[in-house]
Design a protein around this ligand. Sequence first.
Ligand code: ADP
Ligand code: MG
Length: 251
Amino acid sequence: MSAVLRTRGLGISFGAFRAVDDVNLTLEPGARQALIGPNGAGKTTLINLLTGVFKPTHGTIHMGERELTALSADKRARMGLARTFQINTLFPSLTPLLSVVLAISERDGLGAVWWRPLKRNKAAFDEAHALLGRLKLDALADVPVAELAYGKQRLLEIALAMAARPRILLLDEPAAGVPEDESGELFEAIAELPQDISVLFIEHDMNLVFRFSRRISVLVAGRILTEGSPAEIGRDPRVREVYLGHGAAHV
Ligand SMILES: Nc1ncnc2c1ncn2[C@@H]1O[C@H](COP(=O)(O)OP(=O)(O)O)[C@@H](O)[C@H]1O
Ligand SMILES: [Mg+2]
């Protein structure tokens, strides 16, 4: 199978510090791939390189046959690369339904006419309801975001990313700050996203990583230490060593 996303020798330096170094990462169609590694390993920076927030100092990024390395973040988003952030980026006073409708309108180039009566845009509302249903948020469609449990807010962020109809979804710690009893539900929703979407997620909780990824890439000090199936990573002594003393019982 040909990769939907591929980096070759990707790297970025901040001054003399090489935060991401010679990374060759591939994402297959329909991937559910975890990016793990200690704090400061360069995981978020790697996602920032993939999405175009940072320009690399070394290497290339391809989406299928198309080279992305020099393209803006906007252009990459329009080509089907979507992301969520490590921190909450929602509007607290908006409802989930209106949040998703706005994201759909923006995708369709209607962002500048937001003051028009939105209810007139029935197609966008129907699509928003379907998307919220897929993420099991339909019962909360009209509740202000500020009143939602944090796990539901993170699900809504995924719904907003999905509104762009991405082919690739990059999730930076989607369960960060989510109580443990809600994080399983969050990852179940991620697992059940359409199978033609490739997902790369950063996650610290090894139980979630081993339960929901089919492939794991381990980043240490900016470099890929190793990659493999959860079973392969679970028995890799180098990965154990990296995590020893970090409280990761599963590795
Ligand atoms: N804009 C920046 N300027 C300088 N250093 C940065 C910048 N962004 C990240 N770093 C550094 O790069 C390293 C990797 O950070 P990060 O990608 O956030 O790690 P992770 O997400 O794996 O915890 C850290 O040492 C961080 O301080
Ligand atoms: Mg990070």
